[in-house]
Design a protein around this ligand. Structure first.
Ligand SMILES: Nc1nc2c(ncn2[C@@H]2O[C@H](COP(=O)(O)OP(=O)(O)O)[C@@H](O)[C@H]2O)c(=O)[nH]1
Ligand SMILES: [Mg+2]
Length: 410
């Protein structure tokens, strides 16, 4: 079964359409058209020949129609009424990943498509070229090796000869590899039960998108009906506090702040007191991202951590590390540093929309053993999405998979 079919089943919760049903659909669709054309052709001698032409025409038309209809639209067609809204929302998220990964798809997938076109047969050379393309997309050495091994095995097992259908196989294997890297791991946020405050600490170097992500998260929680408070812990950089205040205004949430240059741990102290007093559901804390040396970073983060934990036992409940996807392998180095400095519980990979090397998600997953919990797919307030390997892989391969699914249904 192709990746697309599996996805379809997952989304609709329905078993696959049987061959019989498919045949029935086709017959019902084609008949009236044939009848009409037949009538107008009564005068002509070679009805049979015309019928053939009509059939081909109808087929081409149908193919064109289906190509226009995206793969996900076709999923929606099969959804029962009572599930439609839910699945529609899911499908619109697939669209968001598709949009956000346009740059990566343009370079990465078009190269894979070229490969498939160039090499009709799956052979050693095909795999070598594929390896090269994957490495260029920053998928990471280990992941690429594992993927190629898996593909070679699958090709042998299924006795696959030609390269059509490879996009689907690669998609499936990428999702498998992603999931296998952290089987027992939870990608959702560690939220406290109702009535208790969840504290999220945002860390990462300057410019990676911490403050922006906090703003997006605040809006997200609010949409879910939660009360939110922000702590302006980046007291170091001029303008950093104001920037958070602007996001706070945009999302309509209170921002706890002190003057520029004050001790970030003191801001956290204030914020925890205020959060307890107002009984807010979520407190999100911004921090400064200066990384002139690891010792300073460690001391500062440790102090912040300690103060938060002392004022609210068990907090912070999440330490989210923001990494900028456009920095490629450098993001991995940063992740190492922060992992040593503090207990990072999740990664927010920002600016995926701004890079052609979106394969970095896989490299991070393989190397860091920390779940990517959110990805940034743009600068807008709702451009932060929970990471989902299926949506991500769809975003990488959308066009190729859609074409495949159309031909596969034939
Ligand atoms: N395209 C894009 N830009 C982003 C994203 N997240 C953040 N940015 C931009 O990155 C820049 C730095 O963000 P900021 O939140 O100030 O980073 P901080 O220094 O870590 O707090 C800003 O111009 C943001 O608009 C994203 O997901 N996509
Ligand atoms: Mg900031």
């Amino acid at each position: 079964m192709s990746w697309f079919k599996k996805l379809k089943q997952k989304l609709t919760g329905a078993p696959e359409t049987t061959e019989e049903q498919l045949v029935e659909d086709v017959v019902v669709e084609e008949k009236p058209e044939l009848d009409q054309r037949e009538e107008s052709a009564v005068e002509q001698e070679e009805v049979e020949e015309l019928e053939e032409v009509v059939e081909v025409e109808a087929e081409v038309e149908e193919q064109e129609e289906q190509a226009e209809m995206t793969m996900l639209d076709s999923i929606l067609e099969d959804v029962p009424e009572d599930k439609k809204k839910e699945v529609e929302e899911e499908v619109s998220l697939f669209g968001k990943f598709k949009l956000g990964l346009a740059k990566t798809r343009d370079s990465f997938t078009s190269k894979i498509n070229d490969l498939v076109a160039q090499f009709r047969e799956v052979d050693e050379e095909f795999f070598e070229e594929l390896e090269e393309v994957l490495l260029q997309a920053d998928v990471g050495f280990e992941t690429v090796m594992e993927l190629i091994d898996e593909l070679e095995m699958e090709v042998k097992r299924q006795n696959i000869k030609d390269t059509s259908g490879m996009q689907s196989l690669i998609s499936e294997k990428l999702v498998d590899i992603y999931n296998a890297a952290g089987d027992d791991e939870d990608m959702s946020l560690n939220m406290q039960p109702e009535g208790e405050t969840t504290v999220i600490l945002m860390v990462g170097v300057n410019g990676v998108g911490k403050t922006t992500t906090i703003g997006k998260l605040a809006a997200r929680f609010q949409k879910e009906g939660k009360t939110v408070m922000l702590a302006a812990g980046d007291t170091f950089r001029a303008g950093a506090i104001d920037q958070l205040v602007v996001w706070g205004e945009r999302a309509g949430v209170e921002v706890i702040r002190q003057a520029e240059g004050s001790d970030p741990a003191a801001v956290m102290f204030d914020a925890i007191q205020a959060a307890k007093k107002r009984k807010v559901d979520v407190l999100i804390c911004d921090t400064a991202g200066r990384l002139q040396n690891k010792v300073n970073l460690m001391t500062e983060l440790e102090k912040i951590h300690r103060v938060i934990g002392r004022e609210l036992p068990g907090a912070p409940h999440e330490v989210l590390l923001a990494l900028d996807a456009t920095t490629g392998q450098n993001a991995l180095v940063q992740a190492e540093t922060f992992k040593e400095a503090t207990d990072v519980t999740g990664i927010v990979l920002t600016k995926l929309d701004g890079t052609a090397k979106g394969g970095i998600v896989l490299a991070i997953r393989k190397k860091m053993n920390i779940p990517v919990k959110f990805v940034g797919l743009g600068e807008g307030i709702d451009d932060l999405q929970p990471f989902d390997p299926d949506k991500y892989v769809y975003g990488l391969f959308a066009d190729g998979l859609e074409m495949e699914s159309v031909t596969e249904d034939k």
